[in-house]
Design a protein around this ligand. Sequence first.
Ligand code: NAP
Length: 222
Amino acid sequence: MWEDAVLMATIGLIGAGHIGSQIARLAVANGYNVVISNSRGPETLSGLVAELGSRARAVTVVEAARSGDIVVVTIPLKDYRTVPVEPLAGKIVIDTNNYYPERDGHIAELDNESATTSELLQKHLPTSKVVKAFNHIYAAELTTHGQPTGTTNRRALAIAGNDQGAKTTVTHLLDQFGFDIVDAGPLKEGWRIQRDTPGYGPRRTAEELRRDLAAAKRYADQ
Ligand SMILES: NC(=O)c1ccc[n+]([C@@H]2O[C@H](COP(=O)([O-])OP(=O)(O)OC[C@H]3O[C@@H](n4cnc5c(N)ncnc54)[C@H](OP(=O)(O)O)[C@@H]3O)[C@@H](O)[C@H]2O)c1
């Protein structure tokens, strides 16, 4: 619910790279508190936190998971099994991750397309409510392409998830951040916006993105 998004005062970030730092900037600009983490430890994030200001704190990964009301996992996919499970139980977890075998190594379920990237994270976090989001926009565009609600030809971003309430909350968050939202369906449909599909990367309105999702082809059929 919209009220939930407003009440969720703290956004946790596991990953502080291109995407994590940009989501932190958007969160702070929209009045959220941010707890941000990376693999090397909070002391390596002092520059980013100084830029973000008093709403942001650099913490350990476990602390980001524990203190975030919504937690964003935005790390190289190959490391998804290091995400702490217990502190994320029952929480909304936003998954930005994509599969690049040259970076992530080969993952059999993704190569044979029997699972999607976010289904892997959902399996790792069985009681969390995983929502796929932010995976098909270049990091730099997160802070430059957002526009107010109702803007004609506003850019749209796709989400996917198995929990409708979690998707509603993430929808309101993305709207606050400046984007229309297209619901691609449950996590198993997330492949429609994976690497090398028509909607992956370019700026799209909601109508265009719906068309792209419908036109997406499995890797095996490309
Ligand atoms: N770049 C884009 O435009 C873009 C767009 C959409 C989606 N994505 C996807 O989003 C994910 C993140 O991409 P990115 O470009 O932001 O990556 P990135 O710039 O390489 O940053 C990765 C971040 O994850 C941290 N990290 C790595 N392993 C970790 C672990 N085990 N636990 C906690 N933190 C860990 C890194 O910390 P250290 O530096 O301390 O190791 C770093 O802060 C990827 O799956 C990517 O495919 C990227």
